[in-house]
Design a protein around this ligand. Structure first.
Ligand SMILES: O=P(O)(O)OC[C@@]1(O)O[C@H](CO)[C@@H](O)[C@@H]1O
Ligand SMILES: [Mn+2]
Length: 443
């Protein structure tokens, strides 16, 4: 493929944005191999499920489906022939922001952004936004989620872990007035369960196999050594010192299914231990990175839990309690457009000031997953020893923590020599999702 510039280093230089222009990089493999596969799978799904979709949306959809499939073939061709990006033409509430971003990047890069030269972050976000645009431009499938069935199946495949974790959390919620040390142990255990829940991701470079150990509480013990940075003590010190009555926790969530279930369990424990008065879940407004949680996915999960009494009585009990939290406003589910824009978070203050102010109200903001991490640290190939605080480039709305299993080749905050040491143990530690970080910033 002639899309790389031979004058540019083939490995990503220090402090450069991850980009497919660097041929020996995860970014290149993603744009070259993984994104076309994602588009092809959407096409296959639509072709295979055509009759079912037509039945659901009406006969008119049969013709529209042809157009939608045609636009995906065109999108794939644009990608594979490295065509310039184009402005969005649909009428979603985020279209102006996308088009402004396009203009800004065109100015910054000195030419229209292209798949194999712009940042990986922009290219990847753009592909998911274009997939959504094709549906948005139809009349009968405007809100269609082509990943919905996969998300549901993946949750059902992880039921053994869901039952074990649900039983544990439900049982723990009967325990009141724990001593401080016990409370801390309980909290940090659930933080780690939520962290490793991020392995359950359908766009994982190494596929989406489930952990061998189905019991999440055992699984976290096996992985103890794989947490390369563990700032979880700071989570405890921040929350235990906070003044009771107005402790707000924002969870910027990631994947649907098992991962969001694990996040809900963490939120449950936070409430039981009186370490949170309010929890706001931030989900995606559009189908995103295959497995990310939308409001629909969130509601579907609660409904499923309510119906799973034959698997365990804990699951309907949790569903009832969580519904009450939602009805009382103690928990909220919000889907701000900013989370499905391509901006690094250092640009939130200027782009979505209201969201930045909202996050500033929080006692702690928890960012889940790899994509959130990439946006936090600006998709930059930092020296592994660069501090997390610096890598955030001024994004400090409130104390925040990233719970991330490592699935893209960027990292910061490691000790000198640590990256080299892990590389000698595992050649793919940056993309396998088998290593993780809990990184805190309290500035
Ligand atoms: O944010 P998540 O769900 O943890 O991961 C998203 C992800 O699958 O998408 C990218 C790959 O294209 C990688 O950064 C990462 O592996
Ligand atoms: Mn995700």
């Amino acid at each position: 493929m002639p899309f790389h510039d031979d004058s540019i280093d083939t490995v990503t230089p220090e402090n450069a944005l991850l980009s497919a222009k660097f041929r020996r990089s995860f970014a290149y493999r993603t744009v070259q191999d993984r994104l076309p596969v994602t588009i092809t799978r959407v096409i296959d799904h639509l072709v295979r499920d055509k009759d079912h979709i037509v039945k659901t949306f009406g006969e008119y959809t049969r013709e529209e489906l042809k157009e939608v499939i045609g636009s995906f073939s065109k999108l794939k061709n644009e990608l594979q022939t490295n065509k310039p990006f184009t402005m969005l033409t649909s009428d979603g509430p985020d279209v102006t922001s996308w088009n402004t971003y396009y203009e800004e990047e065109t100015e910054r890069e000195g030419e229209e952004p292209r798949w194999f030269s712009t940042s990986l972050l922009y290219a990847e976000c753009y592909v998911y936004r274009r997939i959504h645009e094709a549906f948005e431009l139809s009349t009968s499938m405007k809100t269609f989620d082509p990943f919905c069935a996969q998300k549901k199946e993946s949750f059902l495949r992880s039921l053994a872990s869901v039952v074990l974790l649900g039983d544990y959390v439900q049982q723990q919620s009967q325990m009141r007035n724990l001593p401080q040390l016990e409370m801390k142990k309980e909290l940090l255990q659930l933080v780690k369960v939520s962290l490793w829940g991020n392995q359950h991701d359908l766009s994982r470079p190494t596929g989406c196999e489930l952990p061998e150990e189905p019991n999440p509480l055992e699984h976290i013990d096996h992985l103890h050594e794989h947490i390369l940075i563990d700032d979880s003590e700071c989570i405890w010190s921040t929350l235990s010192a906070a003044e009771k009555g107005n402790i707000i926790i924002d969870i910027v969530s990631d994947n649907a299914g098992y991962e969001i279930f694990a996040d809900l369990c963490l939120a449950d424990v936070l409430c039981t231990l009186s370490l949170a008065d309010k929890v706001r879940f931030h989900v995606k407004a559009l189908p995103w990175f295959i497995s990310d949680t939308t409001k629909y996915d969130f509601c579907w999960l609660l409904q499923m839990l309510a119906e799973l009494s034959e698997k365990s009585s804990s699951l309907p009990a949790l569903a009832t309690k969580w519904e009450q939290y939602l009805q009382s406003g103690r928990w909220t589910v919000e889907a701000e457009d900013f989370w499905t824009l391509p901006h690094p978070y250092s640009r939130m203050k200027a782009t979505d000031h209201n969201l930045y102010i909202k996050l500033s109200e929080a006692t702690l903001v928890i960012f889940k997953g790899d994509l959130n991490y990439r946006k936090l640290v600006g998709e930059t190939n930092w020296l592994p020893t660069e501090s997390f605080a610096n890598a955030l480039r001024g994004f400090h709305p409130a104390p925040l923590v990233a719970l991330r299993t490592i699935k893209a080749d960027l990292i910061c905050g490691l000790q000198p020599g640590q990256a080299e040491m892990i590389s000698s143990k595992s050649h793919d530690w940056m993309t396998s999702g088998n290593y993780a970080v809990i990184q805190f910033d309290g500035e």
